[in-house]
Design a protein around this ligand. Sequence first.
Ligand code: 0A1
Ligand code: ZN
Length: 886
Amino acid sequence: MNQAVSTQAPLAPQTVHLKDYQPPAFLINQVELNFKLEPSATLVTSLLHLQRNPAHPDGRAPLVLDGQQLKLLSVEVDGQPLAASDYQVTENHLTLPQPPAEFVLQTQVEIDPANNTALEGLYLSSGNFCTQCEAEGFRRITYYLDRPDVLARFTTRIEADKEAFPVLLSNGNPTEKGELDKGKHYVIWEDPFPKPCYLFALVGGDLHPVKDSYTTSSGRKVALEIWVEKENLHKCDHALESLKKAMRWDEDTYGREYDLDIYMIVAVNDFNMGAMENKGLNIFNSACVLADPKSETDMAFHRVESVVAHEYFHNWSGNRVTCRDWFQLSLKEGFTVFRDQQFSADQHSPAVERIQHVALLRTAQFAEDASPTAHPVRPDSYIEINNFYTLTVYEKGSEVVRMLSELVGWDTFRKGSDLYFERFDGQAVTVEDFVNCMAEVSGLNLDQFLIWYSQAGTPQVKAEGRYDAEQKTFTLTLKQETPPTPGQKDKQPLLIPIKMGLVSRTGHPLPLEIDGEFHGTETVLQLNKAEQSFTFHHLESEPLPSLLRGFSAPVKLSYAYSKEDLAFLLQHDPDGFNRWDAGQQLALTTLQELISAQQQGQDLELDPLLINTWKQLLEGQPEDPLMLAELLQLPSEAYIAEQYECVDIDAIHIARDYARKTLATALYPEFLRLYHLYTSDQPWSAEAQQLAARRLKNTCLSFLVVTDAAEALQLAEQQFQQADNMTDQQAALTCLAHAENNQPGDAALQAFARQWARDPLVMDTWFSIQVTRPHPDALDRVKALLEHPAFSMKNPNKVRAVLGAFAGQNRHNFHRRDGAGYQLLANAVIELNKTNPQIASRLVLPLTRFQKLDDFRKGKMKEALERIQQEKLSPDLYEVIQKALV
Ligand code: 0A1
Ligand code: ZN
């Protein structure tokens, strides 16, 4: 080993700033990698064809390669070994102070995949080699310019024991393979497309393929392969079908065709995120690729379809055109999430898809945007980029792209997208490059729109309406304000598209006339100042405004509707999304009354208006059972909490629980009728009608069971035992396991564990169901489950299933006043900090959300964070905790 390795203590984590961007000092045209795979000592030889970058301001800059946790064995320049004095090695870099202008650098390093618990770089998952290089994992494989604006052609030779690792995969096309001495074999892969190293992938293991093919619209045949462990071969059909649908959809909708001869997906059990779009060789968390109706729910099927599509769409939005630097992450993620949402809307109910995305955005993303880790869609600084794979970058980023598409119109947006892909194919670019394409094709000035990328926080829009009976006008006044966020005190007005209409009191859409111009019955108002008024003319009577249709902008909009207005809009709004939203606001207002009553020690009484409105919904033959199931979801505790400046955890829980029970009791016969109406003895099918029936039936069952009626529990037990699919079995199990009387639930949980002990993905749901039990014994159950033989802190899915689900979905138990929930989470974070910093840094986030809580809980949460802070922290946790405790 080279003696020049530094023994200096690591420096305090460095902050990287967007404003400091510089092009790379060197370019890499060609990379030849050679892997000799051994679990504890893999040899990586790399040949880099380097040349000075004429675009770099300093023509004599040294070559500084990134590298972490590498054992450097040798360095050669143009075939000549370098003396130790010719280069420097520090903890994170290999530097050549005076390299030639053009040369070939060979390095040889040894790495230890078996001990790589961070799951970045090359690691072992269930005995198989796999890689994760985004964002900065490649530097854990070899010395490299690990930044997305260095694009190179890769050739990869992989050598390994043939028996243990019969399958060896990398990006591109296989060009050569053969047998070697001592039971070894090798395969060579060549990727013809220049790519940044974060898209590099390698897999070596005992895996089995499901194969198919796809013919592109221009007639090229592409081999499709999904590689899994043998016992999962029967779970691949859905992913394969989803992939083919996504390929066709991208051709039809965006004119984008696949470009290699082969597209591979590999399922691995240990993965920090959902999946990764490596060129031609996607690596997936098994939870996002495997689906069989017996063991996976409809929700899991949906997740697989959308993640497969998301990764596929990255082939253009991310791979062919990539990011200049990691600040531009939303350039690929926001656009790709937008594309996968469009795809899902085309496959299913557009209104229900929209509702579900908005529900996530309004709870989790809005909370993030109001937290100490709030950041713009394009952050302007970071310590650890892994902390920025957030709901803001992904989901708000997608909303920003959606607004653009609405502002310029779909046909123009498509022209802008064509221009973007054509102009920047093979390049690493910025958010401005994308927005400028849209400005160019539309002729619009989008300068103000760009502020969406740089300004954090959720804008609040206050809307007021005034009807003038004499003038027959309705004036809508809109005021916008964005609250301050860390490091951004003063906010600028944004360009906010408000899609809206006016509804008559008899339930009809009204024609919109503004300043003598006619807009049909729906228009998009462009709010671009702090305050603006819009006057609508020729209105015979006072209309009801229907605002922010389809959630046309990621803002909090308020309007002083009466509960009666909301019940009316729930019936009559022509926009499906706004009908649902009116129902949510009605429930929210009613819940807020209960919360106040609870806080003032009064008896709780649910407004009969809500009961009657729901009764009407439940009567007769539902027109759209899937939508009805959405209408019957009470706002979550997290969303209710979002409405308050000072959050009362207990009152929120008690009020919501009371409302659920009261609705369930008052409407028991209606729920029971619909439960039976939608229960059938038809075998499971993925067909939309059946899917909707399962969702509505199981929603009804969950209400029936909260009444504790013996009949309801019996129905749940019967469904649990007889179900031929996981959606019904899991729904029944959740009802039983969340019932106050724990006996039938515990028996069912045991039976379920016996049935599914050998399926780790099903066991994940078994864990989550228990830790989300809404009763005070939840925390003890979490503690017991952490000791369960099927639990492992090394497996991110298990950590998410137990600790993530407890802290994120069992709010009032996590926030127990004795602080035991916080302590439990802190202990896990401390343990994970040593093994998997990325997961530790995500898991800690619920502890940083104390701003709106009472002082007592605030104190306990800070104590837990301070205890974590005593540890030797990874940069990931250091950054989050430092932001939380300033
Ligand atoms: N680009 C992937 C997500 C991803 C990001 C980081 C990872 O490891 C740190 C892994 C996957 C996507 O958007 O699907
Ligand atoms: Zn993505």
